[in-house]
Design a protein around this ligand. Structure first.
Ligand code: ZN
Length: 399
């Protein structure tokens, strides 16, 4: 017979759970934590004492409660002291942020770059440079407990290798390892696909809080996706799952950077929209998409037709996902926010005609609440994963 978990294992698990609560919910009273975790107050007090001694949380009297009697102390994450480094490599920008426990963005750096192929050493050097700049401004008692990056490409689950990132010119690039070396913090850098990372962000801090089954779609040049099923991100065998951008919606349609034709990202991407609307494909990004939506709103028939066509393909892609996954929510992020706002009726109509009623009856379609920060916020959550799983072990390793 297998022995149950030891007292020590239970304690570690509870420390992580308590820290996760205050990380995601912010300052929380001991009484509330006891209720949520199903533990008695003295256990909560002991766990909080351990986390306080480690410098991960602090306790304080709550602000005016309006109630009589002794107030329950509030446990607050030490956001200014314990932080992670979060990076985002997008098609036209690089972002680095220092994010405190509790999800507070303490500092950030960003550079906008022209599109096209990036050289990995150049990207790594730029991000590490940002990290150094931010590090110089930290107080001596701060501690970095993790690092992670979001990137627009397919990434292996465990090795941080970007297998295929056609829109930034990365192929089999050992990005996580190189960035970790360059940061020289003695920490590995976890790397995640931008769609997957955005899904984590929206679920933990955005429009999908409390949602256990959601699909996040992230658009820039391509379309990335993250599929969360029963609270877990769907990665497949090696982490490459959820590449909804390469779902074929139009066999024999527009050529895609992956070598196939008629992929969702080829039919719905910026380039398709610009061409259909008769706008210059020199223009890119959110402003370009917004210009088409605005033109359609002013009665420009060609722009209206373009939105109609693209909205139809987007709706078809979402309909396929709805039939397969029966999500509670589908979230449109990146430039898909603008696109969805301009073509919502078309998207909705296609979903209504192409999905089973039972699969869509409780479906909510939403735009990203975190906007451009979704990827960097999600990268921070990846970076916090270790310390939330075993807080004291991670801190002792760094000490
Ligand atoms: Zn493709």
């Amino acid at each position: 017979m297998r022995a149950g978990p030891s007292q020590e294992e239970i304690r570690r698990h509870n420390l992580g759970t308590l820290l996760r609560h205050v990380h995601l919910s912010g300052p929380t009273s001991r009484a509330e934590l006891a209720g949520r975790m199903g533990l008695n107050r003295s256990t909560i007090m002991a766990l909080t004492a351990d986390l306080t001694a480690a410098g991960l949380v602090r306790e304080e009297l709550p602000r005016e409660t309006g109630r009589a009697g002794r107030p329950s102390l509030v446990v607050r994450p030490e956001s200014a002291r314990v932080y992670v480094l979060a990076f985002d490599v997008g098609v036209d920008r690089l972002v680095a942020a220092r994010v405190g426990i509790g999800g507070v963005i303490l500092d950030r750096r960003e550079t906008v770059r022209p599109r096209g192929g990036f050289e990995m050493p150049e990207v790594v050097a730029a991000l590490a440079g940002f990290a150094r700049q931010m590090h110089r401004k930290t107080r001596p008692d701060t501690v970095c407990v993790g690092a992670a990056a979001a990137i627009c490409g397919s990434v292996g689950r465990t090795d941080g290798v970007v297998r295929f990132g056609p829109n930034i010119g990365f192929k089999d690039a050992p990005f996580g390892e190189e960035l970790s070396k360059r940061l020289a913090l003695g920490l590995p850098v976890t790397v995640g696909n931008d769609g997957n990372v955005g899904a984590i962000a929206e679920q933990s801090r955005g429009v999908g809080i409390g949602c256990r089954d959601l699909i996040y779609l992230h658009g820039d040049v391509g379309i990335g996706g993250g599929i969360v099923v029963n609270g877990q991100l769907l990665g497949g065998l090696a982490g490459y799952g959820g590449e909804v951008g390469h779902m074929v919606v139009n066999p024999g349609g527009r050529p895609c950077a992956c070598g196939s034709r008629g992929c969702l990202e080829a039919e719905v991407g910026e380039r398709a929209l610009m061409e259909l609307a008769g706008h210059s494909t020199e223009l890119t990004g959110r402003e370009a998409v917004r210009a088409v939506v605005d033109a359609a709103g002013r009665g420009d028939v060609r722009a209206q037709d373009a939105l109609h066509r693209v909205g139809d393909w987007l709706g078809l892609g979402v309909a396929n996902l709805v039939n397969i996954f029966n999500p509670e929510m589908v979230i449109f992020g990146g430039v898909l926010r603008e696109l969805y706002l301009g073509a919502a009726a078309q998207v909705r109509s296609r979903i209504n005609t192409s999905t089973l009623v039972a699969s869509r009856e409780d479906l909510r379609l939403r735009i990203s609440a975190l906007g451009d920060d979704a990827t960097v916020v999600g990268a921070a959550e990846l970076a916090f994963a270790q310390v939330l799983a075993d807080p004291l072990e991670v801190l002792s390793r760094l000490a």
